[in-house]
Design a protein around this ligand. Sequence first.
Ligand SMILES: [Zn+2]
Length: 81
Amino acid sequence: MNCQELISYLSDYIDQDLDEELHTEAQQHLATCHNCHIVLDTTLRTILLYREANRGGIPQERRGRLFDRLQQSLASRPDCP
Ligand SMILES: [Zn+2]
């Protein structure tokens, strides 16, 4: 799994919606890739903040935009393998 794949699965990974196999691959990637680990950490923090502020969690539309932005910033980062 590469970084872009990881980010595209990140939403499902956080929701624990991935196949067992993909979940393992994502975990392996996160264990070895510092960049993605930071992205995951930032995303989890953002979602947690939303949960605390809104109780019901992050609205789907807002969440979609958040992940779009993550993907864009990752795609434009030259040091990402
Ligand atoms: Zn990565």
